[in-house]
Design a protein. Structure first.
Length: 452
């Protein structure tokens, strides 16, 4: 499928391209694929990075939001560039561009030129851990209570089943997002393995996107409690990546935190997952005076295992009663590790759009890293969108704005109408989250209702 874009005059060999100044409206809507940006960049004799920088003002020391240029400012910037390379303003040729990646559907760019290629879908609001009872346990241990990071102490009201996305609706959304360049899917919850049809969902995704190629990875984030029941079938259905959440390696503390005597089952899941996947990621939310004393123990797990332990900064969400004295930042975590391992701590390179600052210990098989959402955010490279179990689109995990795709699907909206709704929501995505202090007072869903 071909897209038609207009920009400026250019002739090359036998090709005759006709372009007018409609390019500015294209940039304004941010419906540009990487190939289009690269094509324009090469023909204006500048790099892709220079082109993007010429259209926006970058973040100032990662603190101030990006300022989007006005149409006139963009026009003047591009006209100046055209003049510099000798391209006449009044030329009129047509550009035919084929976007193979998305079969002609524009990727979801926001107003800050961030392309969204990663979709996280929550399959349920339910969980088979009962962390909301932690307050009673911590009182017995004379430990402070901050709420749990995913569930309020009083629990959460669960929506009826008919308000949740069905298999068919999940598949419809996956195919729709895949047609717009999404190439990575993660199934979350709640606890996704609670859904008895979890294997069928993964199988449907694998088979359903055959007509919409592009999905490279389908992963799952799970607490691992009942994972062995499904893991082989999930792997056979095409699961490519797995993250297991575990916040303590001490059996008694684990049981008290989750109100489940499930440590052995979760550890069995970790070992089983290692037999199916070349690398298994462990998610560890670090909370001061609760589990920061286990950081080195988690790092030592990587000595003989190809594990990727990710230490996550505690984040404020609805109902978790976040307090600053419970916060344990990544620099403190890293200092503990450096104090133990000294010069053997190696900084690794980070992948594009990666949320983790990656490290390893010299001679160790696995690695570890830090997800620094609060102290050193990665908003400027965010490529994620989220769909809640009840079918709402969230463009930012920390934002409280949502758009119901569930209602639109059941109301009979076409894929084209859904795409327009999604793009409008993406256009409203902010340059960065509001910061730790502001987020404490921002009304938002509890993490269990967002999807981890």
């Amino acid at each position: 499928m071909f897209l038609f874009f207009s920009f400026f005059s250019f002739k090359s060999g036998l090709l005759d391209y006709s372009i007018s100044m409609d390019y500015f409206s294209v940039i304004m809507s941010r419906q540009l694929g990487k190939k289009i940006v690269q094509w324009i960049a090469t023909r204006t004799m500048c790099t892709t990075e220079e082109l993007v920088r010429s259209l926006t003002v970058p973040l100032k020391e990662h603190e101030e939001p990006l300022k989007v240029l006005t149409p006139d400012e963009k026009r003047n910037a591009v006209l100046l560039r055209m003049k510099e390379v000798g391209i006449p303003e009044d030329a009129n040729y047509v550009v035919f561009l084929q976007i193979e990646k998305t079969n002609g559907q524009p990727p979801f760019f926001d107003m800050f030129m961030r392309e969204h290629t990663y979709l996280r879908i929550s399959l349920t609001e339910k969980c088979n851990f009962r962390c909301m009872f932690l307050k009673l346990v911590l009182n017995l241990l004379n430990l402070p209570f901050s709420g749990l990071y995913c569930m309020p102490a009083e629990g959460v009201p669960l929506k009826p089943k008919d308000k949740m996305l069905t298999n068919e609706e999940v598949l419809k959304l996956v195919k729709l997002f895949a047609s717009h360049g999404i190439d990575k899917i993660r199934l979350t919850g709640g606890e996704p393995t609670i859904r008895k049809d979890i294997v069928q969902i993964r199988k449907d995704i694998s088979e359903g996107i055959a007509s919409t190629p592009g999905i490279k990875d389908v992963g799952i984030t799970t607490n691992g409690l009942v994972l062995p029941r499904f893991l082989k079938d999930l792997k056979n259905a095409g699961l490519t990546k797995i993250n297991i959440s575990i916040d303590s390696l001490e059996r008694q503390k684990f049981a008290k935190m989750t109100r489940r005597d499930g440590f052995d089952k979760v550890w069995k899941s970790i070992e089983l997952a290692r037999s199916y996947f070349p690398k298994v990621k462990l998610n560890v939310v670090v909370i001061r005076r609760q589990n920061e004393n286990e950081i080195v123990d988690f790092v030592n797990l990587t000595r003989d295992r190809n594990l990727d332990v990710r230490f996550i900064e505690f984040m404020p969400f609805g109902g978790n009663v976040f307090t600053n004295d419970q916060f344990f930042g990544y620099r403190e975590m890293l200092n503990l590790i450096v104090k133990k391992f000294r010069g053997d701590v190696i900084r690794l390179s980070d992948s594009p759009n990666d949320t983790t600052k990656a490290y390893k210990i010299e001679g160790y098989q696995g690695q570890f890293g830090f997800i620094t959402s609060m102290t050193d955010h990665f908003c400027n490279t965010c490529n994620r969108l989220r769909i809640t179990a009840d079918g709402n689109l969230k463009v930012c995990i920390h934002g409280n704005s949502e758009v119901s795709l569930h209602d639109k699907i059941r109301g009979g909206d076409t894929d084209e109408q859904l795409s327009e709704i999604i793009q409008k929501a993406v256009n409203n995505k902010k340059a960065r989250h509001a910061g730790m202090d502001a987020l404490k007072n921002l009304p938002n869903r509890p993490m269990i209702l967002i999807g981890g």
